[in-house]
Write a protein that binds this ligand. Structure first.
Ligand code: XMP
Length: 329
């Protein structure tokens, strides 16, 4: 009779046996359910010898880095370093509008920063008498990812390689530790609840690694990020208030390229064009646009118009996947 409690005990024992009583482990956390559950398990198993690193790439949801810090540090007791690299990412993204280039810059810079941070952690660890070397790298890989990477060797593997920190452990000469590799998503959620991870985090919609950068068509600037973050926050807030959050698989605001004319008071406004997207899907391979009531969409449009400076139009995106993808880039 398989239970969460038994799984936790067994996994903690396995981690302790594997890592031993000196070696240290590092891992990236994103605020998503998988990395949070994996981090919490590591903390249960080896305490502060597990070091979580969160890289703020400047294209996260509004206040995300702050919230992750609160949840992991205060809430779950995890030993966490947050690296604020927003300016570095935005600097590198300046003038870049090609979607693949944006993804590459974000992925590669993430790896660079994570490596720099890991070196610092390893250097600090060497000076403490109790702890040993950083030998392990934590990854929140789930069972479906394991299957996928076995069955999709070849060019199509790149579809998912952007997903995590592909190649990093080998580069850094670290061994991989994957405590969730036998679990499906719903099991990770159950496990998360049983480990005391907040309900909202456990049931959070997925968020892509390149973040808001692939929801801003064209060049990413700090100003555009601000507009998308604010519009997104309003949209999600209204979805939650209407009790629709769990019914929808993923929802977000995006920014279209160019500007449109509008009128604010008696002033002509040449402003941003926001697109809202919400989808229902079981596997994220195909998806349908969510059918909101007009009243709901008008409410969101009004709030975005009133509360987000510089927005002239709000659109609702109705394309299914296929032919569209869920993200805009
Ligand atoms: P698409 O846009 O391909 O998205 O229909 C399918 C799901 O994958 C997420 N996604 C990503 N997740 N890194 C990620 O971690 C990425 O580069 C990436 N691109 C898309 C997307 O949010 C959706 O849930």
């Amino acid at each position: 009779n398989w239970t969460m409690g038994a799984f936790v005990d067994q996994e903690i024992a396995r981690i302790r046996a594997l890592v031993g009583d000196k070696a240290q482990v590092i891992g990236a956390v994103s605020g998503g359910v998988d990395s949070t559950v994996a981090a919490r398990l590591m903390h249960e198993a080896i305490g502060d010898r597990f070091h979580a690193v969160m890289v703020d790439n400047g294209v996260l949801r509004q206040d995300e880095a702050k919230q992750v810090k609160e949840t992991l540090t205060q809430g779950l007791g995890v030993n966490l370093t947050v690296v604020d690299a927003s300016e570095r990412f935005l600097g590198l993204l300046k003038g870049v509008s090609d979607p693949e280039k944006k993804r590459k810059i974000i992925g590669n810079t993430f790896i660079d920063i994570f490596q720099e941070e890991a070196k610092k952690i390893a250097a600090a660890a060497e000076n403490t008498a109790l702890a040993g070397k950083v030998e392990w790298f934590l990854q929140g890989t789930l069972y479906p990812d394991v299957i996928e990477s076995i069955s999709f060797k070849g060019p199509s593997a790149t579809i998912k390689t952007h997903h995590n920190v592909g190649g990093l452990p080998e580069k850094m000469d670290l061994k991989l530790i994957e405590p969730l590799r036998e679990l499906f998503k719903d099991e990770v959620r159950k496990l998360g609840e049983s480990l005391g991870i907040p309900h909202d985090l456990v049931w959070r919609h997925p968020f892509p690694g390149p973040g808001i950068a692939i929801r801003i068509i064209g060049e990413v600037t700090a100003e555009k990020v601000r507009v998308v973050q604010q519009a997104d926050k309003i949209f999600i807030e209204e979805i939650r208030n209407a009790g629709l959050y769990k019914d929808i698989s993923q929802a977000f605001a995006a920014l279209m390229e160019g500007k449109a004319v509008g009128v604010v008071g008696d002033q002509r406004l040449h402003g941003y064009i926001i697109a809202l997207r919400a989808v229902q899907t079981t596997d994220f391979m195909t998806a349908d646009a969510y059918e909101f009531e007009q009243k709901f969409l008008r409410r969101v449009k009004n709030r975005i118009g009133n509360e987000v400076q510089g927005v002239a139009r709000v659109l609702y995106e109705i394309t299914s996947k296929p032919p569209a993808t869920i993200e805009f880039e």
